[in-house]
Ligand binder design. Sequence first.
Ligand SMILES: Nc1ncnc2c1ncn2[C@@H]1O[C@H](COP(=O)(O)OP(=O)(O)OP(=O)(O)O)[C@@H](O)[C@H]1O
Ligand SMILES: [Mg+2]
Length: 251
Amino acid sequence: MAMRVVALTGLKGGVGKTSTAVNLAAIAASAGYRTLLWDLDPQGAATHCLDLKPKLKGGASRLVGGGRGGLERVSRASSIKHLQVVPADASVREIDRVLSLSGRPSKPIRKLLAGAKDDLDVVILDCPPGLTAVVEAVASVSDLLLVPVLPEPLPVRALDRFRDFLTDTRSASPAILAPFISMIDRRKPLHRRTEAEIRSRTDFLGAAIPESSSVARLPEEQVPVVVGAPRSLAAAEYRKLWAETAERAGI
Ligand SMILES: Nc1ncnc2c1ncn2[C@@H]1O[C@H](COP(=O)(O)OP(=O)(O)OP(=O)(O)O)[C@@H](O)[C@H]1O
Ligand SMILES: [Mg+2]
């Protein structure tokens, strides 16, 4: 199987990108895929959730600036079999500038991924929020862009802006955008109404990740819900999301 790249992106912060990246990475790895979770957020939330030190060996500028060594030099084994992590520290903040200056932002990232393609089946990129040079680069190397969307007065406009961004930067076809419902609480009438509206759209995936305390405990317990509570509804929805991701990305 050729290596596939899936990214968690979106304009909004705090909507479940990192939680999803970690859980999908755990599912992929447990299914036996050689998986790499690349933490592209200087806050290092994904790194922390997998109980790894927030330390990117040599710093981010060296990694994306064409210094010697590829992803294998900076990858760390996680406690989950088959799951490697490229951790983030504060230096990851520099990636945006390095990529902006490089003329073609995707080039350094593409090169790093190309160097790892024989050793990996699945790469999951956890992005910081916003439409930045990092996201432009990520879009152009990804097979699928997963975008968590809260089921609140339609964030359709944010999705439209994302589409325009992909078209304007010519980084990727908007067809690779895969929005899904995140943090839904069906006790809230607003969430139920918005979910019904979203179901009439064809662009959203079918999985809807519930608002759940077992998901929220991830940063504290450092165990993904799909590992710690595999029978929970949240775990089932993450598995459904993975199945849809795998289908759309050709995994
Ligand atoms: N399904 C969920 N149910 C309950 N809490 C959740 C859920 N998903 C995420 N959270 C919590 O919401 C907060 C934000 O989640 P997360 O870090 O995954 O979002 P993010 O989109 O990556 O945020 P950022 O944009 O800051 O990187 C975290 O405290 C996380 O534990
Ligand atoms: Mg995050």
